[in-house]
Design a protein. Structure first.
Length: 149
């Protein structure tokens, strides 16, 4: 087995996205909670059974029933309707800690969501490659849900 030298560059991850939503901030924030929580699903439409306890210290987790599931993060900060922030391992089955921020601001014609996911840990390259795409898909569902709402 060849060991890969661990550097700060390959131990960190940063994803930034901006999502323009044609809906008011309060509607967009509600759609964000819905899509990250009970409305969260796989690309083929299967529910992930996600739950968000929407208060500081609350959990964001996948409930698989009968006491089974996956802990994703804790709510680090929530300030309706402008900020939702998480800290935790998210979906990782490897040593990683993440900070996920959704900052909402009012703009002409609706809401701007500024999304940032930063992480530190041993994230395999194939996982890094899929994260940006996964967040983009999630954030697109939030936009569509808010605009339909």
């Amino acid at each position: 087995m060849i060991a890969t030298e661990q550097t700060l560059e390959n131990l960190t991850l940063t994803i930034n996205q901006e999502i323009h939503v044609k809906a008011p901030m309060d509607v967009t924030f509600a759609a964000l909670l819905e899509q990250l929580g009970p409305g969260n699903e796989t690309p083929d439409g299967k529910s992930l059974n996600m739950k968000i306890e929407a208060w500081p210290g609350g959990r964001w987790y996948r409930d698989m029933g009968e006491g089974n599931g996956h802990f994703w993060a804790n709510v680090k900060a929530i300030m309706r309707p402008t900020l939702l922030e998480f800290a935790g391992p998210l979906f990782a089955s490897f040593p990683m800690v993440s900070n996920v921020q959704y900052r909402l601001s009012e703009v002409n014609g609706g809401t701007l969501i500024t999304f940032r996911h930063t992480a530190l840990g041993f994230v395999p390259e194939e996982q890094k490659a899929g994260m940006n795409k996964g967040w983009a898909s999630m954030n697109e569902r939030v936009r569509r849900h808010a605009e339909a709402g």
